[in-house]
Design a binder for this molecule. Sequence first.
Ligand code: 2P0
Length: 353
Amino acid sequence: MSTVYQATASAPVNIAVIKYWGKRDTKLILPTNSSLSVTLDQDHLRSTTTSRADPSFVKDTLWLNGKEDEIKPGGRLATCITELKRLRQATVENEDPTAPKLSTYKVHIASYNNFPTAAGLASSASGFAALVASLAQLYALPVSPSTLSIIARQGSGSACRSLYGGFVAWQEGVHPDGSDSLAIQVAPQSHWPNIHALICVVSDDKKGTSSTSGMQLTVDTSPLLQHRIKAVVPQRMKDISKAILEKDFDTFARITMADSNQFHAVALDTEPPIFYMNDVSRAIIAVVVEYNRLSLANGQGYKAAYTYDAGPNAVIYAEEKNIKEIIQLVVSFFPQREGAFKDNLGVFPPGAE
Ligand code: 2P0
């Protein structure tokens, strides 16, 4: 019987608190600024990918949620697969002539997201991270997650941050070849385990402007982005990293909300302007602002931090002790229709309240 070469890996979704928005190199996916995210630790927000290499396979093939997806030559998927095969050859096969030449076999890859479309979450970050992790395992690559993050980055920028758990920085790097544009772990989740993310699903409609095209329009037209890149993000990266290491929720919350606001400001500063938040998103901001105002007035500091990506859904970071109160608050202002997420507000996971 011939040996089966197969491996399965999974990777979770991450939500940025310092936003990535803009590329200085669109092919290598090198960002205009560093970013920082929290990798969600929930079992139900993951992509799981199984890869198999076999000499009988005739072409590299990917199935996404059971449906075959095209691997375009020279495209992002093909780049990731080629880079991983190259690493297999360089680090394993060239070192050990007896190692099977898996880099010469075609691969079959099956990837599943276990979160419903109704969660309104982008799956490219967890998807590319799981794909890279699964091939790295299949090829037994003796490399760090940071090295793998360089490859995942070329699939989708934000994917590089999902190769680590906890609090993760994507350092923009300076080299034109992208060799130092990689993810590092600022702190593991166990460092600050009582920080939780609450996902408020405002709408699961497909967004009007994709991140990839939207961010380049911003790079091309927004004067505010230039100010953000040079004068704002570098200091915020330092300050929020320090806040995480010191478990300083007040500073973490302040910077998180300010950076979400500025990301949406640069989207608005784009020509033509890009709107990702809607009236419900803005109403949630108003509720969180008022909730924090009352808490600050009572000398209790910040209790919640909202952040929005390229869509209308809110993610609220909060300490565990306040989560129940926040869910009750959100649900009281935005009553949910039974079983309905669309055009309504749902708290993810359903039943969390
Ligand atoms: C982030 N977003 O830091 C930011 C905040 C959306 C808003 O990363 O072109 O899907 O594949 O590199 O990674 C979305 O961008 O874009 C994103 P590509 P990606 O999470």
